[in-house]
Ligand binder design. Sequence first.
Ligand code: C2E
Ligand code: CA
Ligand code: CA
Length: 724
Amino acid sequence: MVSAVDPGSGSAHLVYVSEGLAALVGQPASELLGATPDAVFAESTPPEQVDAIAELVAQGKQASVPMKLRTARDPELPVHATFLAVPSLSDGWPLYLSMFRVLGPPAAGDVPDSVSSNAPSIDHTELFDALAHAGSLDEIVIQLGERCESYLGAGSVVMALAYAHEPTSARFDLVRTAGLKPDVLAELFQAVRADDPLTEPRNVPVASLPLEIAIELQNAGFACVWVTPMLRNGTEVLGAVAVAHPDHDSPTHEQQQVLDAVARLAVVAMDRSRREADLALRALHDPLTGLPTRDLMTDRLDQLIDLSKRTAATGVEEGNLLSIVMVDLDRFRAFNDRHGPSAGDHVLTQISQRLRSVLRVGDTIGRVGPDQFLVICPQRRDDADAFSAAEELREAVIAPIELPEGGEAEVTASVGLVLVHPEDAVTPAAVLSNAEAAVDAAHEAGRDQVSVFDAELRRQLAARHELETALEEAIADDELFLLYQPIIDVASGQMIGAEALVRWDRPGHGVLPPALFIDIAEDSGLIIDIGEWVIRETCRQIAEWPERLAGGSPIISVNLSARQLSHPSLIPTVTDALSFYDIEPSSIGFEVTESMKVEDLERASASLVELASMGCHLSIDDFGIGYATLDYLRRFHMAHTLKIDRSFVDGLGTSREDTAIVSASVTLAESLGLTVVAEGVETVEQLEYLHQLGADYAQGYLLSKPVELDDAHLLWHRATLIPF
Ligand code: C2E
Ligand code: CA
Ligand code: CA
């Protein structure tokens, strides 16, 4: 039974009495309503006990005591009573639930048939126990549905809850489907709520529903659906109990009472779980978008993988393919840098809403990275259905987004799809990393597209893993070596220095260029060891570099990666190598690519200042291809040289844009007091053009490809490297 406490007088009265309890007490429930709770307590019950219970309940605590009830057959029937405060449902009056379990085996004839232990009754102690301690909200609501179904005897009971974050939404989360198809149910609820706020129970004849739903339900043998809302404060619809019933009739008075009770108890359970959920929500949900975090999504994935294995074991069900879609926003970091974090946040919330709007029943979405969303789809028909769902998610991203401070953002996403067939033995971690691999593939294929994780990607991933393992041994096994590409003075053609370029002689694979292993080394962290090796090896070889007869010594440059630059070992490595081989700091240079992210550059700034103050030469590599060129130059004020990227030199004299960019870069460098190296010079025409523009230095296949140390020494002694 449920009692309401009048906050004024402190006295309580009964607002709900179950049929079972009424039968036990021997009075109709309707007569007990409004009475004080001690109407059901045995005469002998000490008033202090009643007060103590009231006190505990008022403090929001739970009380569990043996006591006696005044029943029809036994005025002193021993029971175990549990009292539990529940948050107010209506009128703002505090409520508490009282549950009684009859102790000991009842003597024959002692208890009326209707409450004998196997007759279904809606306030079964187990149920309230569940409400008091047990599991999740879903578990409680499922139990309520089960009890309700067995009480009714006929019909299928569906339990649906409004989405936790949007109680006003017409969409329900199906907690108990009773074997009915989720999409049919979703449409059913949508149809029911389309023309009705659903503040009263309704009997919906199947024939009145949209044709497709009607056919489905009729085929399943149902004639009508009784829909009872779960209401808070009489208006807020928190969910619904729906009974698909074989007869056309409306529920009887008793049946409706049961349905009302189930709906009320579900609201009690929801209120109770709300506080806990709020707390859990904060830890497991991203504060910006309200979406589950990576941890929660991993959990959910774990459950679903398990479930998919179990259903497979019981014979595969149609329409139950589990698929995972990872949506990775393209160039989002650049967007954030350009427009600021609040515009970035706006875009993220907008996109999260759009992605949610195209989800289907049963899908879960989470934010698993700064610019990454994950959608788990447990109910796709087949591979093609899963793919089209991934396409829908990609398309949901691309419409322009209006920014609060004016202007529009156009965002695209690289989308990765993983299909989890029940026979695949997978873990959540593996599924996530496969999804990331598929995203990378979509990214490499040109962004704004969906890539599926398939056999080919699996093979690539395995090859990559193998390469990484082999690379770990490469230094110890002496498989790395350096080539040198000369840098020449444009006016004279004389070599003034060289760039050291690493190569890997991988057994069984031939000599690999850095493009095939530097990125992998960056990702795995091996770049630190490789970078140290390159610095030491370069220094060792500088020490052996011959003096030019006419004097002068070369500057040999090494390339530094972002990760290396922000690593604490960089400066010690350089100082150790310089002193060990007794080399002037001015004979070594470092190239830092302009495509490095600004925040990486900021982190690296201290190292760069340090290297410059030691007297080392610093170059900005690949100038022109980054997205924040001028900003970058400002931050990289300690550099000496600008290397204009090959892609612009390529169009020198043939492409107007390229020519303009190279010319502007030369002017810019001059005004900043930087020297210029043009990379990738392949033709005499390009070199002549550079000469006209006033570029200082050049590097490229026209002058020399990267060569072995001995050959570099020979080139060093030549008067000019310009071929005529
Ligand atoms: P980068 O620093 O831009 O190096 C220049 C690249 O352009 C070299 O490729 C060079 O062989 C190539 N190149 C030079 N002149 C021409 C030309 O006229 N035409 C064409 N088509 N290409 C030309 P490589 O040696 O394959 O190196 C590729 C990239 O790998 C380098 O680009 C650099 O970013 C990276 N790298 C090389 N060695 C190292 C290293 O020791 N550490 C790190 N972190 N990165 C390295
Ligand atoms: Ca370089
Ligand atoms: Ca370069």
